[in-house]
Design a protein around this ligand. Structure first.
Ligand code: LRH
Ligand code: MN
Length: 393
């Protein structure tokens, strides 16, 4: 291997060392579909046990130092105590996710509901989430609204946008100087005619209206089939409004499968735009988060695998020969340019990542290390009684 090649690999490893991936507390708990939620052995019964599982993922991968919380699923009496427990486990509390999609009052919407009393209740929950951020030291408030309508005429599309903007404004003005609002969009579900934040353009427009602390979240499962997500990534990066990712993958709709499982090439193309914009650096400020549901597969290994999938896509993106790519692009060499990208994508980066883990005194194979750790046996034996956590709190 030539000297440059080694230098290039060292650069890639250096960049990979700075990467962090936030895991979601709810992915450690039971989840499912409207048809069935399959309970699993050893599932956490409270936020403390979720954080303990997340800490195992960080100990084995070295790149998952924060855990996103979801309120009220992760409601506790003392958030400062939860934060210091997390610290004791070697992780920190990340984004605070609001939940205005599970209360009967929100049938016709939360912040967009025709009833001002319901809107007030929803905004108060969002403000409570900011209070929780103050207690946990979290930077990000992540907002996803299930709000929408099911039939034409059900409500006034324009008026709902006015209500949404008013609510977002009140919450935005409550944010602390270092705090951000991350607005997530989703094409449909649970609403099936209009969704009030259905696409990146709507989220982006509301963020522009609010101010610089409002950024867009791209959940990779929230687009119409065939959507070119990396275009949205490149565009929002150019506008300085890409705040975060909710990584997962899907074959059809919001399947919330392991990121990189259904479409590893798409994940690579997304990370290619991130690397091209030099946006992988932590100081750039993008939160790389997972948002997944492990309905039938073992949860902790699935999250470890997901973290590894993001690392692999990132390593391949970092290996793109940018000089050759730019030269081919500038000279209109279509096939040449595509070949440069495919060379990187078709590079087996697993040895490089195993080497990186060894450099970090980690087992080169985190999945095997987890199986050997006896952690699953420990939680299966230890977590008896009580109520397993899920989407019901
Ligand atoms: C909505 C969503 C949102 C979370 C929820 C768990 O589909 O992606 O990010 O609140 O999943
Ligand atoms: Mn999401």
């Amino acid at each position: 291997m030539s000297h440059q090649d080694q230098a290039a690999l060292d650069n890639v490893k250096r960049a990979l060392r700075t990467q962090t991936i936030e895991t979601p507390s709810w992915a450690y708990a039971n989840s499912g579909t409207r048809f069935k939620v399959f309970a699993q052995q050893g599932v956490p019964r409270d936020p403390y046990e979720k954080i303990a599982d997340a800490a195992v993922v960080h100990r084995l991968t070295g790149v998952a130092p924060t855990v996103a919380l979801h309120i009220p699923w992760d409601k506790v009496d003392d958030y400062a105590d939860l934060a210091s427990y997390a610290e004791g486990q070697g992780v920190a509390l990340g984004a605070i996710n609001s939940n205005v999609f599970q209360d009967d009052d929100y049938k016709l919407g939360s912040v967009t509901n025709p009833d001002p009393g319901v809107r007030r209740k929803a905004v108060d929950h969002l403000l409570e989430c900011v209070d929780i951020m103050d207690a946990t030291g979290s930077r990000d408030l992540k907002l996803w609204f299930s709000d929408g309508t099911n039939y034409p005429g059900q409500d006034d599309i324009r008026a709902r946008q006015d209500r949404l903007a008013e609510a977002l404004r009140e919450v935005y003005d409550r944010l602390g100087t270092e705090q951000r609002m991350l607005l997530e969009y989703k094409l449909f579900e649970p609403a099936f005619y209009t969704t009030d934040v259905p696409d990146w353009g709507t989220a982006y427009a509301h963020c522009l209206e609010l101010g610089p602390k409002a950024q867009v979240v791209i959940d990779t499962g929230h687009h119409a089939p065939g959507t070119n997500i990396e275009f949205i990534v490149a565009f929002l990066l150019r506008q300085g409004r890409l705040g975060a990712f909710d990584f997962n993958s899907r074959f059809y709709a919001d399947d919330d499968l392991m990121v990189g499982a259904a479409d590893p090439f798409q994940l690579f193309r997304i990370m290619h735009e991130i690397v091209r914009a030099d946006a992988l650096r932590p100081e750039y400020g993008i939160a790389f988060m997972l948002d997944q549901c492990h309905n039938i597969e073992a949860k902790i290994p699935a999250i470890i695998r997901s973290v590894m999938n993001v690392q692999e896509a990132t390593a391949k993106a970092l290996l793109v020969d940018r000089e050759s790519l730019t030269a081919a692009q500038r000279s209109g060499d279509v096939l040449g340019a595509n070949a440069v990208l495919m060379d990187a994508y078709n590079t087996d980066v697993r040895p490089l990542l195993a080497e990186l883990r060894a450099d970090l005194d980690l087992d080169p194979d985190p999945i095997a290390a987890y199986a050997r750790s006896g952690y699953f046996e420990k939680i299966t034996a230890g977590r008896v009684g009580g109520r397993q956590a899920g989407w019901g709190a």
